[in-house]
Design a protein around this ligand. Structure first.
Ligand code: C2E
Ligand code: MG
Ligand code: MG
Length: 631
């Protein structure tokens, strides 16, 4: 009987351990649990060797000792099964106290099984006639195998039941590990001369190591800092353990490297990473290409170190410290303003996107207010999503009066959403958020489709309307498939395009403007008309009127109101009216609330009037009644 296979297992594990210890690691509970499985397997193989040798040389050793060694091997098998179970529980329940509590009953069961294993008899068979045969049998084995089976079945059960909570890579690795064990014990059962269970255990450990416990998978290769996966696992663990910590995020937006030549950037980033790596009592993670997270155990050290780091950045990097890097800083003094790692990461994303808040300074401290705002926006996001999914997007119509025809000749479609309780939410609450997260594309289509259905149901000319104005968001304007999508919707509902007037506002970027112009060209060819909305708010200026093929210019409420309050505004509006009329375009004045305001606008030869003076935006049916009564 040879023990070479077992020895190979021992060597393999020692090599793995060498690599494991050489790597830079963070203290993760799962890694501690992995080490337990590792040592349990290692001891199991070592005791296996001892047991084989004592059985082989049973004539030298006292019988009691030989039996003790054989039973100890069985007990170590239980240890492996138990540590594997603990390894699963750590992943499911990150909180240490909970997984300890969950493991307690299995520990008691294991304790009883250990006592049972030592108490009942064991027999072994050994013969070396041609090929060596060795096996143990007897009640001691049944106790151990029975209990190990309970543990393995529990692991399989957990893998299935807690699927959602277990990291999928861990599930896969543990499954492979268990299958290797089961297959090897099956082989050993059939061919008693091959004692491979111990070796299979070490192969299993190698699978776990390679698939998930290799500390290198937590490292960013280029900088040697911990990576985003490690950040998530580690912060998840800190939250699970209710540990408050402080975070500093360094954001290397493009403008951070204003005077750093492109070629040098990588070297500078390495230098920064090396500096951060050496900071004592901190953990630094490279969460994304341009985002470093530094975690501090408490606010006092966080504040001291933050000012130290910022000072270091002021003194420049690279050769002769000539390169200044000016990143943005996000500082979170207390991690417990949010409840979980996902929210912490979301919070940073959220503040990055809203980087307008950085406009005045490059340092932003996140407190409860910012979190409240973020949560509010998340709720709104949810509200929009639910409204879209459950057909709770509504369209109201505000009539527009023609001063020439002295009747209502058009209307503006204005959206609202209804929440679960039936309350109406105005667009001011959700349009910006829908624009930020891109939902506005789908949302805009829903509104447009509803307007088309309305036109289909109530042909506008029956009510004296020439067209319906529909708002387009800047995000939609910059979407290259907008024209095609809107044309498809009109075709689907057989809508004559002359009934549609789309309101645009000014886009900031030239690229977006180019796409908008392409969209407009296609839609105008199809027969749709355009207005320029929000004139006088800074969203739209005279230049834009010159460049854009619009037929109507809509004066924003703030502009018309200023006309009545401010002499300067009056001059501006008079000049604007003159110029717009000069370009042969017509004007809609929004926000007209009184007869006096109406009269003034009419005297200024404004073609169309929109405002509460006539009507607020109305739900579909009310709007139809309004038109029927007025005509
Ligand atoms: P807007 O396109 O400039 O629409 C005019 C807004 O002024 C409407 O507010 C309207 O109710 C309000 N208004 C009209 N007359 C008066 C008045 O006499 N007094 C006062 N105090 N307000 C008046 P609403 O419906 O809350 O819409 C606000 C903004 O939301 C719209 O401004 C538009 O930019 C956006 N919006 C509304 N519906 C949509 C939509 O379907 N898509 C997109 N992208 N934006 C929309
Ligand atoms: Mg509008
Ligand atoms: Mg407007």
């Amino acid at each position: 009987m040879h023990i070479q296979i077992q020895c190979c297992g021992i060597v393999l594990m020692l090599v793995l351990f060498y690599f494991y210890m050489r790597q830079k690691r963070i203290s993760l509970n799962t890694q501690k649990a992995f080490l337990s499985v590792f040592w349990a397997t290692f001891i199991c193989i070592a005791v296996d060797i001892l047991s084989i040798e004592t059985i082989k040389y049973q004539h030298i050793f006292p019988e009691l000792f030989v039996k003790f060694a054989a039973k100890s091997y069985l007990v170590t098998l239980l240890g492996v099964a138990l540590s594997a179970l603990a390894y699963m529980y750590v992943d499911i329940y990150t909180r240490e106290d909970i997984h300890r509590q969950k493991m307690r009953k299995y520990l008691i069961l294991a304790g009883i099984a250990v006592l049972g294993t030592y108490a009942v008899p064991i027999h072994f068979h050994y013969a070396e006639d041609g090929k060596s045969v060795m096996y143990t049998h007897g009640p001691s084995l049944y106790v151990t195998y029975g209990m190990a089976l309970v543990f393995f079945v529990t692991i399989f059960y957990l893998l299935k039941k807690e699927k959602a909570k277990i990291n999928p890579r861990r599930r896969e690795a543990v499954c492979i590990w268990l299958l290797v064990w089961i297959a090897s014990s099956q082989i050993q059962f059939m061919y008693t001369e091959i004692l491979i269970v111990g070796y299979a255990g070490s192969i299993g450990i190698m699978v776990l190591y390679l698939k998930l416990e290799n500390p290198e998978t937590n490292l960013d290769r280029s900088t040697g800092l911990f990576n985003s996966g490690a950040l998530y696992q580690y912060t998840r663990q800190l939250y699970a353990m209710d540990e408050d910590f402080s975070t500093l995020v360094i954001l290397f937006e493009n403008n951070a490297y204003q005077n750093v030549p492109l070629k040098k950037r990588d070297r500078i980033r390495m230098e920064i990473a090396e500096y951060l790596l050496k900071l004592p009592d901190t953990l630094t993670f490279k969460a994304a290409e341009d985002e470093f997270f530094i975690l501090f155990p408490d606010t006092r050290s966080a504040e001291e170190k933050t000012s130290e780091i910022r000072k270091r950045f002021q003194s420049g990097w690279g050769e002769g410290s000539t390169c200044l890097v000016q990143p943005c800083w996000l500082y979170l003094p207390h991690s417990n303003v949010v409840d979980q790692a996902e929210d912490l990461l979301y919070l940073v994303r959220y503040h990055r996107q809203g980087s307008k808040e950085f406009s005045d300074s490059d340092f932003l401290s996140i407190g409860e207010d910012s979190v409240a705002q973020m949560n509010q926006e998340r709720e709104t996001e949810q509200l929009i999503l639910e409204a879209m999914e459950n057909n709770r997007v509504e369209v109201y119509y505000q009539p527009i009066f023609s001063t020439c025809e002295q009747r209502f000749t058009s209307a503006e479609a204005l959206t609202r959403i209804r929440d679960k309780e039936g309350n109406i939410i105005p667009p001011g609450v959700f349009i910006d958020i829908a624009e930020e997260n891109g939902m506005i594309l789908r949302f805009g289509e829903i509104v447009f489709e509803k307007v088309c259905l309305f036109i289909q149901k109530h042909p506008p000319e029956q009510y004296g309307l020439h067209y319906i104005e529909v708002n387009l968001s800047v995000v939609q304007c910059a979407y290259e498939h907008l024209a095609q999508d809107y044309i498809s919707i009109m075709e689907k509902h057989s809508i004559d395009p002359r009934y549609i007037n789309l309101e645009i506002t000014e886009s900031a970027s030239t690229n977006a403007k180019r796409t908008l112009l392409d969209n407009m060209e296609t839609l105008i060819k199809y027969g749709v008309h355009f207005s320029l909305d929000d004139f006088g708010t800074g969203q739209s200026n005279l230049n834009y009127i010159v460049d854009m093929p619009v037929e109507l210019v809509k004066f924003d409420r703030s502009m018309t109101n200023a006309y009545f309050e401010n002499q300067k505004a009056k001059y501006v509006m008079d000049a604007a009216i003159h110029m717009i009329h000069g370009m042969n375009l017509q004007i809609v004045s929004e926000g007209i609330e009184t007869a006096e305001q109406y009269q003034t606008m009419e005297d200024l030869e404004i073609s169309y009037i929109q405002g509460y003076y006539f009507s607020k935006p109305l739900p579909e049916n009310d709007f139809i009644h309004f038109l029927e009564n007025r005509h």
